[in-house]
Design a protein around this ligand. Structure first.
Ligand code: 6PG
Length: 482
């Protein structure tokens, strides 16, 4: 196959890169992969299905010389410097019109810089978010491309072929200008962090508060996954409780240290939201809780100092399980609402023109946050493409109203029994604040104007006002009332 001209090249043959390339080969594309490590190129070739055309090479030059022009290549390497190193190595080997795709989880600002830099060199550069993990890459991920529309058109048939399918529609679409692909993937991951945190808070209350066993937890999460919240994350959660540890007599979940890792996309989502600014407190809390989890030693010391203890919850098991279900549903909707409203705002402010209904459709299959709830969200945005926030959709409002009391009860009970439910309560507080016509922020404005002459607006007149607060015209009104 030495002189075959390949359709697509992959740089970086980790499991994700290899699996995506093998997926392309299964759909009839001739593919070539590059990795310095001969073991990886060997494994790639030996994993290819009979009849597919898959080649592994150990130099970039070998790969570039065997690709059809304009060359289409993707890198799946760790975010940050490795991406720039690959680009630097590629530039002298490529020609005008070639397409470089970064399929990793790169920061969107890095992607923006790379687009501009490579445009000057007459090379196309696209940031594409890919979700679904290793298995998704092999059988059908969710693909979030953005940026160079000309380049997108050229790779579209390949992306459509390999993407997950829902109702026969591929879970890929052009999602906007510039670094929109990586921006959308970043927010996807923020929502992913939020839902994972919410599920873990429910697990805590069920396991430690109600004393449920792993088998019972499996049954509950499997049951929740068979209803309106059906989702990939609930499905794998249910399965996790059954997995036996091969080094002890216990279930594996009980042997895993309670310190969460993070590659940064959740934190980037919070940072980017602060920059817009757009409130995404459930996502923020999920990032914070991973940070708190990392402080294992400090947590042990604090536990010894305060000895708060986890109180057993002595109320009807059935009732609390149902309330937790409804609370999780409410807070999950709030997490999507926050992520999607962030995308809506970023789309305008950063001029990305992100089509939200398409984002939602692309997320219905293949990705980590796929959930049957997305169908309802899609309908809300189809009905009103200008919808600022899912919470403003009437159908969603009906659903949330029916679950609100459960969330209030869960948060109250959990806090009274010493369980941290940061993401659940952040969702409730978000809702309480978002639905308040009048917040106590008038007082903050008064304080700002008092100490810093920062001015304020009035409820009864337009314009900007400032008061000399220390002048002696304050009165004390002893009559009660507002
Ligand atoms: C996906 C995931 C994936 C993510 C990892 C690890 O959509 O397939 O979001 O891209 O990077 O799951 O993320 P953390 O290490 O930050 O948890």
């Amino acid at each position: 196959m030495a002189d075959a001209l390949y359709d697509f090249g992959m740089i970086g043959l980790g499991v994700m890169g290899s699996n995506l390339l093998l997926n392309m080969a299964d759909h009839g594309f001739k593919v070539i992969g590059y990795d310095k490590n001969p073991d990886k190129t060997g494994t790639l070739e030996s994993s290819a299905k009979k009849g597919t055309i898959v080649k592994g090479v150990n130099t970039l030059a070998q790969m570039i010389s065997q690709l059809q022009k304009p060359r289409k290549l993707m890198m799946l390497v760790p975010a940050g410097n490795p991406v720039d190193s690959v680009i630097a190595e590629l530039i002298p080997l490529l020609e005008e019109g070639d397409i470089i795709i970064d399929g990793g989880n790169s920061h969107y600002i890095d992607t923006l810089k790379r687009i501009t830099f490579l445009k000057e060199k007459k090379l196309h550069f696209m940031g594409i978010g890919i979700s679904g993990g290793e298995q998704g890459a092999r059988v059908g991920p969710s693909i979030m491309p953005g940026g160079d529309i000309e380049a997108y058109k050229q790779v579209e048939p390949i992306l459509k072929a390999v993407a997950a399918k829902v109702n026969e529609q591929p879970c890929v679409a052009y999602l906007g200008n510039d670094a929109a692909g990586h921006y959308v993937k970043m927010v996807h991951n923020g929502i992913e962090y939020a839902i994972m945190q919410l599920i873990s808070e429910c697990y805590d209350v069920l396991h430690n508060g109600l004393g449920l066993t792993n088998d019972e937890l499996h049954t509950i999460f499997a049951d929740w996954n068979s209803g309106e919240m059906k989702s990939f994350l609930l499905e794998i959660t249910a399965e996790i409780f059954l997995k036996k540890d091969d080094k002890s007599e216990n279930r594996l979940v009980d042997m895993i240290l309670d310190k969460a890792g993070a590659k940064g996309t959740g934190k980037w989502t919070s940072e980017a939201a602060l920059d817009l600014p757009e409130p995404i407190p459930t996502i923020d809390m999920a990032v914070m809780m991973r940070n708190i989890s990392a402080l294992k030693e400090e947590r042990i010391n604090a536990n010894n100092l305060y000895n708060p203890g986890l109180k057993k919850i002595n109320i009807s098991k059935e009732d609390l399980i149902q309330q937790l279900h409804d609370a999780l549903l409410f807070a999950t909707v709030a997490s999507y609402a926050q992520g999607l409203s962030m995308l809506a705002k970023a789309s305008v402010l950063l001029k990305m023109q992100i089509p939200l209904p398409e984002v939602i459709r692309v997320w219905t299959g293949g990705c980590i946050i796929r959930s049957s709830l997305l169908n309802m969200f899609g309908k809300a945005y189809e009905k009103n493409p200008q919808l600022q926030n899912l919470l403003l959709d009437e159908k969603i409002a009906g659903l949330l109203k029916s679950k609100l009391e459960s969330l209030q009860k869960v948060v109250t009970i959990a806090l009274l029994h010493n369980y941290p439910v940061s993401a659940l309560s952040a969702s409730l507080n978000y809702f309480n604040a978002y639905c308040r016509e009048k917040l106590p922020t008038n007082l903050i404005q008064a304080q700002r104007d008092y100490f810093g002459s920062h001015t304020y607006e009035r409820v009864d007149a337009a314009g900007i006002f400032h008061t000399d607060w220390e002048q002696d015209d304050k009165t004390v009104d002893h009559s009660s009332g507002h």
